[in-house]
Design a protein around this ligand. Structure first.
Ligand code: C5P
Length: 403
C-alpha cells in the first residue's frame, strides 16, 4: 500500500463538499495513512471538529493563536511533520489566499510555511470556478508546483445548477494522493498501452442485445497495473458495472465495431493487451424498432454476421505495438487453442484460461492462467485477478526492457 505509514495533513476549508471529507478521512486511513486535520472556521460551519477528530483519531487544529496547540505542535511543525498537505475541499477563497501568499488563519499559514507537496481538491460553484480571478489563481498555483485533483462536472449541492465545480470523489482524491506519494520504480514510464476490457453488447433491436458474462475485472486490473508501472494507459471498456480505474484514460463503448474504432484511434502504442470478451458475431441487421411478438406469427430468426477481430487487426497492423497480448477464454483444449491463437492473431503472448462454468472465472474475482509465448507455456497458480494483473504488467515491462 502506497499510503502505508504516510502522514497526511488534511486541510478542510469551508464548503458544502466538506461532508465528503469525512469519507475521505476513512479512505485515506484504510489505505494506511495517518490523517491530521486542520479546519478553517468556514469548514466548522459545515462539519464539526468532533466528527472530523473522531474519524481521524487525532486532534483537530483550528486556531492559529491557540496557546495550547502552539506549545504542543506549532504551526511550523504542523506544516512540516507530514508527507503531503491535502486541501479538500479547497475553496476559491483559500486558493486566492495561497496564490497571493496570504496567511491570516491557521490553514493559510500552514500552506505558506510548508515545504511538502500540496494537493488541492477544489469545490465551488461553477461560476466561481470559471471566474477570471479563480482561473488566474489556479494558473499561478500550478506554476508554483501545487497539484490539483478535479473539480468535476455535475450537479451542485447548494443549487439546482450543474457545471464544473464538484469536488472529486474521495476515492479519486485518495488515488491522486497515492500517485503523488508513489516512489516505486516506473519501468513503463514513457510507454503507451491500450487495453480492452469487459464484454460487448451487440444490439438486436433498441431494447435487446447479445452479451456475455465478462465483468471487466481482469482487464480493468491490467489497465491499473500498467498505469502503476508508469505507462500512459488508454482503456477501451465495453459495458461494465465496475468503476473506471484511477489514473487511466477510459473510453466507454458498447459494440465490437465501436471498440475496434476506439482501439485504432488510440494507436500508436507500445503495448496492446486485448482482454475484452468481444462478441464473435453481431446481428446482421439490427432492427431500428422493437421487434414485436404477434400472436400466430412465426418466431423470428436472427441472422448473424462476423464482428471485426480487434486483436488480429492490431497484431497485423502497420502500427503494430511492440508487444501484443491476447487472452484466450477456452472451455476445452486450452493449450493447443492458445498456441494456434498466438500465430493466427499475430500476438506475442496469449494469456489462456479455462472458463468452464465450474471454474467460476468468468465474472469471478480469481483467475488461473497459463502464459503462452513462442518460448513455451507457463502455468501460474490460482490468484486474485489484481495479482494476475500485477504479475503480467511486470512481465510486460521486463520483455520491453529486454527489447
Ligand atoms: O478468438 P478468440 O475470441 O478466442 O480470441 C480471444 C482474444 O481475441 C482476446 O484477447 C480478445 O480480446 C480478442 N478478440 C478481439 N476481437 C474479437 C474477438 C476476440 O480482439 N472480435
Amino acid at each position: 500500500m502506497v499510503l502505508s505509514g504516510k502522514r497526511i495533513l488534511l486541510i478542510i476549508s469551508g464548503g458544502i463538499a466538506a461532508y465528503k471529507s469525512l469519507d475521505l478521512i476513512r479512505r485515506l486511513r484504510e489505505r494506511g495513512a495517518s490523517v491530521r486535520p486542520v479546519m478553517t472556521s468556514g469548514a466548522q460551519q459545515f462539519v464539526t471538529p468532533l466528527a472530523v477528530g473522531a474519524l481521524a483519531a487525532d486532534h483537530v487544529f483550528t486556531d492559529l493563536f491557540s496557546r495550547q496547540d502552539e506549545q504542543d505542535v506549532g504551526h511550523i511543525r504542523l506544516a512540516r511533520d507530514c508527507d503531503l498537505v491535502l486541501v479538500a475541499p479547497a475553496t476559491a477563497d483559500l486558493m486566492a489566499k495561497m496564490a497571493n501568499g496570504l496567511a491570516d488563519d491557521l490553514a493559510s499559514t500552514v500552506l505558506l510555511a510548508t515545504d511538502r507537496p500540496v494537493l488541492l481538491a477544489p469545490a465551488m460553484n461553477p461560476h466561481m470556478w470559471s471566474n477570471a480571478a479563480t482561473k488566474r489563481n489556479v494558473a499561478t498555483l500550478q506554476g508554483d508546483g501545487v497539484h490539483f485533483i478535479g473539480p468535476m462536472a455535475g450537479e451542485m449541492a447548494e443549487s439546482r445548477e450543474a457545471g464544473v465545480g464538484r469536488m472529486a470523489e474521495p476515492l479519486d482524491i485518495a488515488a491522486a494522493a497515492e500517485r503523488l506519494l508513489d516512489t516505486s520504480p516506473k519501468p513503463l514510464a514513457g510507454r503507451k498501452a491500450i487495453v480492452t476490457s469487459g464484454p460487448t453488447h451487440e444490439p438486436i433491436d433498441p431494447v435487446r442485445y447479445i452479451a456475455n458474462r465478462s465483468s471487466g475485472r481482469q482487464g480493468h486490473a491490467i489497465a491499473s497495473a500498467l498505469a502503476r508501472l508508469g505507462a500512459d494507459v488508454t482503456l477501451v471498456s465495453g459495458p461494465v458495472t465496475i468503476a473506471d480505474p484511477a489514473g487511466v484514460k477510459t473510453i466507454h463503448v458498447e459494440r465490437a465495431e465501436e471498440m475496434r474504432d476506439a482501439v485504432l484511434t488510440a494507436l500508436p502504442a507500445d503495448i496492446a493487451v486485448m482482454v475484452a470478451a468481444v462478441a464473435d458475431w453481431r446481428v446482421a441487421s439490427a432492427s431500428d424498432q422493437k421487434i414485436k411478438k404477434h400472436p400466430g406469427e412465426s418466431i423470428p430468426t436472427l441472422a448473424l454476421t462476423e464482428n471485426p477481430d480487434i486483436l488480429k487487426t492490431i497484431g497485423h497492423h502497420t502500427l503494430r505495438p511492440k508487444l501484443v497480448v491476447g487472452f484466450a477464454a477456452e472451455t476445452q483444449d486450452v493449450d493447443s487453442n492458445a498456441k494456434a491463437k498466438l500465430e493466427r492473431k499475430g500476438a506475442d503472448m496469449i494469456v489462456a484460461n479455462d472458463v468452464s462454468p465450474t471454474t467460476g472465472i468468468m465474472g469471478g474475482v480469481r483467475n488461473r492462467v497459463k502464459i503462452v509465448t513462442r518460448d513455451g507455456i507457463d502455468q501460474w497458480p490460482d490468484m486474485a485477478k489484481e495479482d494476475v494483473a500485477t504479475k503480467l504488467a511486470e512481465m510486460i515491462a521486463e520483455r520491453l526492457r529486454r527489447g
